[in-house]
Design a protein around this ligand. Structure first.
Ligand code: PLP
Ligand code: COI
Length: 340
């Protein structure tokens, strides 16, 4: 845990800033002391609700170093709004948007010196856990909670940098349940783990793209796009998958480039046909824009184009990262500068 550790030589999410911000929820009221504190271990009762009944959710956003050396958070208010929706889906009382926003700003400001230069960034992980010590509360929400934010200097999410990924298309198993698809809850990730590990073992795939019911949605940790020089296609929003903030940023950037946007269902047959002439990529805060080079489906291994990252994919990626790192104008007001 040092400001000098290189996030490109450590697995994503294993280095941490030395501060955190913590609020507690007891008797229907949130208490946030209003400042970051040194990062330290928590002491939790073994009956803690989140450890038994998964009353947990989190966010993932990033702060980026700007050309003048300052640090700015990308799309903070969108993450705040999504976390409040997640907490509500856990049937718990959310904090006010103002409190959550400030808590994230306080932790990230305290850890801002850990922000690497681009293409690195400071990952921000606000987390909510139900803390009531009650193993009988399987069918009731936790009456107590903790809301905290930690930071992690990061490089590439996928080992090996920007390289074409191999994706296995899973048509039998969904990523999660229909009612929890759009909730950023830890339970969703452990549900996706089995199919993902099986695909890594059986097909040497990097990720699984979930397409149960012939409906291509998302991978375990990123949204999915088809594109070519003119068109950008992604699944229309509903409760079945996570409403990615990177997804929404890419759609806006593509609109700004006058690309044609289609938000609609994508059947596996269309994806297969697209491989012959178009590009595909994943999008997420951690993944940024990750090109797909190979798709494994129905017993076939299909190469997308020449198997290398596509030109439109790389153009969209550069446009996004240039806004995040202050190289291009932030014309949609996506950056929240931090006071150093
Ligand atoms: N889908 C899942 C399941 C995710 O975990 C993520 C990552 O956060 C995304 C999509 C992309 O969301 P965002 O762009 O907001 O990071
Ligand atoms: C993100 O992109 O923020 C994610 O949540 C992915 C992840 C590291 C689980």
């Amino acid at each position: 845990m040092s400001e000098k550790q290189d996030p490109f030589n450590a697995p994503f999410g294993t280095l941490f800033g030395d501060h955190m911000a913590v609020a507690t929820y007891v008797d229907g009221v949130y208490d946030y002391p209003g400042a970051a504190v040194p990062l330290e271990n928590f002491s939790l009762h073994p009956a803690t609700h989140a450890l038994h009944y998964a009353s947990e959710c989190f966010e993932g956003l990033k702060a980026h170093r700007q050309p003048d050396g300052s640090v700015a958070i990308f799309r903070l208010d969108d993450s705040v709004a999504r976390m409040i929706r997640s907490i509500e889906k856990l049937r718990m009382t959310p904090p006010s948007a103002e409190m959550l926003r400030q808590l994230i700003i306080d932790a990230t400001t305290a850890n801002a010196s850990f922000t690497p230069d681009a293409p690195g960034s400071l990952y921000i992980r606000p987390t909510f856990i139900g803390t009531a010590p009650n193993i009988g509360a399987a069918a009731t929400p936790s009456t107590e909670a903790m809301l905290y934010c930690i930071n992690s200097p990061v490089g590439d999410y996928f080992a090996g940098g920007v390289r074409p990924l191999t994706i296995f298309i899973e048509t039998d198993m969904p990523r999660t349940t229909p009612q929890f698809g759009s909730v950023k809850s830890g339970a969703n990730y452990v549900m996706a783990l089995g199919p993902t590990l099986d695909a890594k073992r059986d097909h040497v795939a990097d990720q699984v793209l979930f397409a149960s019911g012939d409906d291509v949605t998302e991978t375990g940790a990123a949204n999915f796009f088809l594109c070519d020089g003119e068109r950008l296609i992604t699944r229309n929003l509903d409760d079945s998958f996570l409403h990615g903030i990177t997804r929404s940023s890419i759609l806006q950037i593509a609109r700004d480039m006058d690309m044609e946007i289609e938000e609609r269902s994508i059947p596996v047959a269309e994806l297969r046909a697209w491989a012959e002439h178009g590009e595909m990529f994943l999008s997420g805060t951690a993944a940024v824009i990750a090109p797909i080079g190979t798709v494994i489906t129905q017993g076939e291994t299909i190469t997308i184009g020449d198997g290398q990252p596509g030109g439109t994919t790389l153009k969209l990626r550069e446009a996004l990262t240039d806004i995040q790192s202050g190289i291009s104008e932030d014309k949609h007001g996506w950056l929240t500068p931090l006071n150093s």
